[in-house]
Design a protein around this ligand. Structure first.
Ligand code: CU
Length: 254
């Protein structure tokens, strides 16, 4: 059985590894991913704690406050009991406020665009693949990488990015709504037609971590017949490999 599971896992090669220590999320490759991971962990802890209290109260009431005698009369009623009514109102209000605070704080951090990224990537989504155009900090624009629909992400367009760098993504499409998703970013963003160029609503920034590897990306918004084949990959490389990549691309730079 273990062997069978291992084989099945090996075949599903574009499904990132997810383990319980991260609450089933894949291992993140951006600083922003850590924010999502913390929010995810906190939300689960809060939900489980709330569930434990509620189930505890249900069990407590069932064991210690069940009907002792077969009497038809109602137990004492607590209508118009001001302290209890206030408790019913205040506790959920406090809980929702706490959830709201952390969600708003992290949402703000994840969508903030400073505009000072070292590498900027224009992502053009179309039915049914992607075009990536990378601009470096010295204003050099590399030859765009364009893909076609594929069934293996290794065959899709590959976006090469340096590690330990701030990357800005600018998302654009001319046809329908797509969604730009790299599971290891723990983040996805809809690509919506009609948002004018320069609008911060179509941009986001990440800072890559000190990691390398090839990671699968996909479209996460049903956009037509080949939606599931809008596969691409992100390759995170060291500074040396990044400089070498820029050199090989220099001849074809626009
Ligand atoms: Cu799509």
């Amino acid at each position: 059985m273990a062997l069978l599971l291992a084989t099945a896992t090996a075949c599903a090669n574009d499904v990132p590894e997810a383990d319980w220590s991260r609450g089933l999320l894949p291992d993140h490759i951006t600083e922003q991913g850590a924010i999502v991971q913390n929010l995810w962990n906190g939300a689960w802890i809060a939900a489980l704690a709330t569930g434990a209290v509620v189930i505890g109260l249900i069990i407590w009431a069932t064991i210690f406050h069940h009907k002792r005698k077969a009497k038809a009369e109602l137990p004492p009623q607590v209508r118009y009991n001001l302290p209890i009514e206030m408790l019913y109102t205040l506790i959920p209000l406090v809980m929702v406020s706490v959830f709201f605070f952390f969600t708003a704080r992290d949402g703000e951090a994840l969508t903030r665009v400073d505009g000072d990224a070292q590498v900027k990537v224009k992502v053009e989504a179309f039915q049914w693949s992607w075009r990536f155009t990378t601009t470096t900090s010295d204003g050099k624009t590399l030859k765009p990488v364009v893909g076609v629909p594929v069934s293996d992400y290794h065959q899709g367009p590959q976006l090469v990015l340096p590690q330990n760098k701030k990357i800005e993504f600018d998302l654009e499409t001319d046809d329908v709504i797509h969604s730009f998703w790299i599971p290891e970013f723990l983040f996805k963003r809809d690509v919506i037609p009609g948002i004018p160029e320069g609008d911060p609503g179509r941009k986001f920034e990440v800072t890559t971590l000190n990691k390398t590897g090839v990671f699968a990306g996909r479209c996460a918004e049903l956009c037509g017949v080949d939606h599931s084949r809008m596969l691409f990959s992100v390759k995170l490389v060291t500074d040396a490999e990044w400089n070498q990549y820029l050199t090989t691309q220099a001849g074809s730079a626009q």
